[in-house]
Every structure is written in structure tokens, then in C-alpha cells.
Design a protein around this ligand. Structure first.
Ligand code: URP
Ligand code: ZN
Ligand code: ZN
Ligand code: ZN
Length: 467
């Protein structure tokens, strides 16, 4: 078995910071030992990685990606091959993508299509959530089978009428089923029926620019839907409820109230809500289209509440909602009608760096960085133990991170298959140096050494996160 020793670094997990060497045997972490200790001195290795002056952190777990998603009349521009390679470059070693049930389709068929897209193409390990867009007696029964197969979370949409939308009755039924089978309900919490009225009125009044996407998708309609989701989950018997892409202060407040009442309610936010704002949506010459996603970017004032929520554990996870569409030819579909701009922002490669920048700027601690980006998403989605930490027995998904390196984010240098960066020109202190995925070096001192097909499908346990 190949033995790798990572020497001289500061091992940072969600709970500890220790000057330790790490021994990897084959695909797993075999041991940690205090730097300079007899144990560490005695290790023999086929390969030694010098991590002096660097952090040694768990590979990132991005619990929200959309590779190759057909959406908005086009398809997300990263394939599983390009998207997982970009993830590796950015220090993420697990993605949980969303398989889609289309209207009239069995969950089985939607899921099989996703297995086929991903199998043999991924540079890092991957798992799936299931999007439910047709809650019927048959699909409810299928939910039980999916949980047994390791697809233990189901996304429902209060938004996008006519596409992914479920009404409250369908949502209640799916929640009841999840309460019985151990599944987690993920919610896109925006009142899509009301938003569609406002979209129609805005377009009729000639308000067609990208910034109106942000104006019609109102904060109140995110907060209202979040509140409704919490109450429906309670009525259904309390399956874990994970609200995705939380962007508004008022929505965080709804989550805080639910969590203070002891309910198993959780929240995710994304780097775009922490670092971008409606100012970006208002950029001239249709540039705002680059920032169209749902929930939408909010006025800058909301960011303080998101950071606070991350510190106080009212929000647990930062994932990307990586859903890239090129400006040229894809975002452009919505010139003259913001409602036709495909919704989504690229970011799978940038998340670990942006959150390290948040450490540098004092928004979160170093351990909280690892918690929200690695440990909490792993626990939330039943991967903890294998993923999200560095401990004996865990998969050797390890990143050597240089906290002092300086870099500038740009489409010129990123590896995502998309023709712009939402963070173009942003200066970051910190950079990924080397990445191991199950013991194999996939980034070696900023050279890609991975391969499509190394990544394996991860069947997941149910939610391991305790309030
Ligand atoms: O704009 C977004 N978020 N696109 C992806 C689909 C979704 O709602 O997560
Ligand atoms: Zn969504
Ligand atoms: Zn999404
Ligand atoms: Zn090497």
C-alpha cells in the first residue's frame, strides 16, 4: 500500500488546530502524530509532502452543485469532468450534485440519467441529492428506495412554477414521507407564484434589465417561503429541513427562530451572497446577467446577517450552488427580458479561497472555515467519518493550503468551463497547493495530476447533524 507522509503543517479541522504530521496509507488516513514525536519520526513513506508553513485541511465538501443541468432553455456549461476538475483545483474533493426528476418522470429514470452523466468522468468523489418536481403516489414510494440506495436528501421548489415547482400539498406529502424514511428535505424557499406576477408586471412596464431580476424576487417572498417551509415540516412530523441558498437577513431570522425552538432546521448560504450584491446585478451593458441566480443577490446590508448567522450556527453550511452559464450565448438568451436569463453562478473552484479570505478579514475563525466548508456539509448529508475531517480511518481527502499566497481570481486562470468569473479581479490571500483525493495526488504543487474517472459515487447515510 502506498504510504504518504505530510510533514510540518498545521492540521486544521472543525474542532482542532494541531502541529501534526499525517500518515496516509492507501486511500485512508492512518494516523496523526505530533510534529517531531517518535511516532512521526518513525514513519517510512513512499512520498513525503513538505507542508512547512502551510495548513493541512480536509478536502472541501460542496453540497450544492449543478453539473450539466438542463435549465432555462440551455444546459449548465460544466460537465462532471470539467466541473469536478475545477473543484479539485479549488480544494474541494467531494461534490453533491442534484439529480433531476422531470415532470411525468420516475425518480429512478431521473437518477439513472445522473449516474450515467457522472460515472467514469469525475476527478473527485461525488454523491447525489434528488430534485422532486412531480410528487405523486409513485414518486413518494420511490423516495424510500432512494434512501436505501444512499440518496438521502430531496430538493423541493416553492419557486419556478411550471418547471420544478411543487404546491404546499405536494410539499407536505414529501415531507411526511421523509419524516418516515429518514430523508432530509432541501427547500428552495421563494414564493414563485407571487414572483411570477411581479415578473409579468415588470416586463409589461418595460423593466427588462437584469437588475429587475433582483427587484421582483423580493426579500419578503424568501422570508415568507422560509417560514412556510418550517411550518409545513413541523406539521409533517419534523424531517430535517435544510433551506438552500439563503440570501436575505429576514430568512436567516426565520431559521434562527426555528432553531431556537429546537427544530431540526438548517440553512445554507453561498459565497455569492457573502461577497456580491445587487450592485453587481445593476452593472451596465447587460453585464448584470452574469450575476443572475435565485435566490437573487441582495443589497449589501444583508451580508452582515449572513456572516453573523454563520458564526452563531443559524447557518451551518456554505456551498456554491455552482450552476455556470457562459455570458456569450447562454446568459445572452435573456437580453431584453431578464426572466429568460438562465439562473446560476459559477463558483465551485472559488469557495475554499473565498472563505479563507473571510478568515483573513475576520468574519469567521479558521476552524469555522473548515466547519462550514467541510465538516458540517459532510455531517448534514451523511458523509461524515469518511469526508469532512482528517482522522484515522477517514478518506485521505487532504488539502495543503498556503495561507500566505496571494492570488487574483479571474476567468483567465480558472478551470471552470465558463467564460467569465463572478469574482473577476478579486484579490485573495491564500491558495491551494496540493490536493489528495482518497490518497491519490490530484493537484501536485499547482499542477493537475488527477484523472477523469478517479472519483467514485458515494452512497450516503441520513443526516448526522445534531442541532
Ligand atoms: O440560480 C440558481 N440557483 N440556479 C440553480 C437552480 C437552483 O435553484 O438551485
Ligand atoms: Zn434552488
Ligand atoms: Zn441549486
Ligand atoms: Zn509530490
Amino acid at each position: 500500500m502506498r504510504r504518504v507522509v505530510i510533514r510540518g503543517g498545521l492540521v486544521v479541522t472543525a474542532t482542532d488546530e494541531i502541529e501534526a504530521d499525517v500518515l496516509v496509507e492507501g486511500e485512508r488516513v492512518a494516523a496523526l502524530a505530533e510534529r517531531g514525536s517518535d511516532a512521526a519520526q518513525g514513519w517510512t513513506a513512499d512520498h513525503v509532502i513538505d507542508a512547512t508553513g502551510k495548513y493541512v485541511i480536509p478536502g472541501g465538501v460542496d453540497a450544492h452543485t449543478h453539473m450539466e443541468l438542463p435549465f432555462g432553455g440551455t444546459s449548465a456549461s460544466d460537465t462532471f469532468e470539467t466541473g469536478t476538475r475545477a473543484a479539485a483545483w479549488g480544494g474541494t474533493t467531494t461534490v453533491v450534485d442534484f439529480a433531476v426528476q422531470s415532470k411525468g418522470q420516475a425518480l429512478r429514470d431521473g437518477l439513472d440519467a445522473w449516474y450515467a452523466k457522472a460515472a467514469g468522468h469525475c476527478a473527485i468523489d461525488y454523491a447525489f441529492h434528488m430534485i422532486l418536481s412531480d410528487v405523486t403516489d409513485a414518486s413518494l414510494k420511490e423516495m424510500d428506495l432512494l434512501v436505501d440506495e444512499g440518496i438521502t436528501s430531496f430538493k423541493l421548489f416553492m419557486a419556478y412554477p411550471g418547471v420544478f415547482y411543487s404546491d404546499d400539498g405536494q410539499i407536505l406529502r414529501a415531507m411526511q414521507r421523509a419524516a418516515g424514511n429518514g430523508g432530509t428535505i432541501m427547500m428552495h424557499a421563494e414564493n414563485g407564484i407571487a414572483i411570477d406576477v411581479l415578473v409579468e408586471q415588470a416586463l409589461a412596464a418595460g423593466r427588462t434589465d437584469p437588475r429587475y431580476h433582483g427587484e421582483v424576487r423580493k426579500v419578503l417572498l424568501e422570508a415568507e417561503a422560509t417560514h412556510r417551509a418550517v411550518q409545513l415540516a413541523r406539521v409533517a412530523g419534523g424531517p430535517p429541513l435544510y433551506v438552500v441558498h439563503v440570501s436575505a437577513e429576514e430568512a436567516v431570522r426565520e431559521l434562527a427562530v426555528a432553531r431556537d425552538a429546537g427544530l431540526p432546521v438548517f440553512g445554507e448560504t453561498c459565497p455569492q451572497y457573502l461577497f456580491l450584491s445587487t450592485d453587481n446585478l445593476a452593472e451596465p451593458d447587460f453585464e448584470g446577467a452574469k450575476y443572475v441566480c435565485s435566490t437573487p443577490l441582495r443589497p449589501r446590508e444583508h451580508q452582515a446577517a449572513l456572516w453573523r448567522g454563520l458564526r452563531t450556527d443559524d447557518l451551518q453550511v456554505v456551498s456554491t450552488d455552482h450552476c455556470p452559464f457562459c455570458f456569450s450565448g447562454q446568459k445572452e438568451l435573456g437580453r431584453g427580458d431578464f426572466s429568460k436569463i438562465p439562473n446560476g453562478i459559477p463558483g465551485v473552484e472559488n469557495r475554499m479561497d473565498l472563505l479563507h479570505q473571510a478568515v483573513v478579514e475576520g468574519h469567521i475563525s479558521r476552524r469555522r472555515w473548515i466547519d462550514i466548508a467541510c465538516a458540517a456539509p459532510a455531517r448534514m448529508f451523511g458523509l461524515y467519518g469518511r469526508k469532512g475531517t482528517i482522522a484515522p480511518g477517514a478518506d485521505a481527502d487532504i488539502v495543503v493550503y498556503d495561507p500566505a499566497a496571494e492570488q487574483t481570481l479571474s476567468a483567465e486562470t480558472h478551470h471552470m468551463n465558463v467564460d467569465y468569473s463572478a469574482y473577476e479581479g478579486k484579490r485573495i490571500t491564500g491558495q491551494v497547493v496540493t490536493v489528495l483525493s482518497r490518497g491519490r495526488t490530484v493537484i501536485d504543487e499547482r499542477r493537475y495530476t488527477g484523472r477523469a474517472g478517479h472519483g467514485v459515487f458515494l452512497p450516503r447515510a441520513t443526516c448526522q447533524y445534531v442541532n
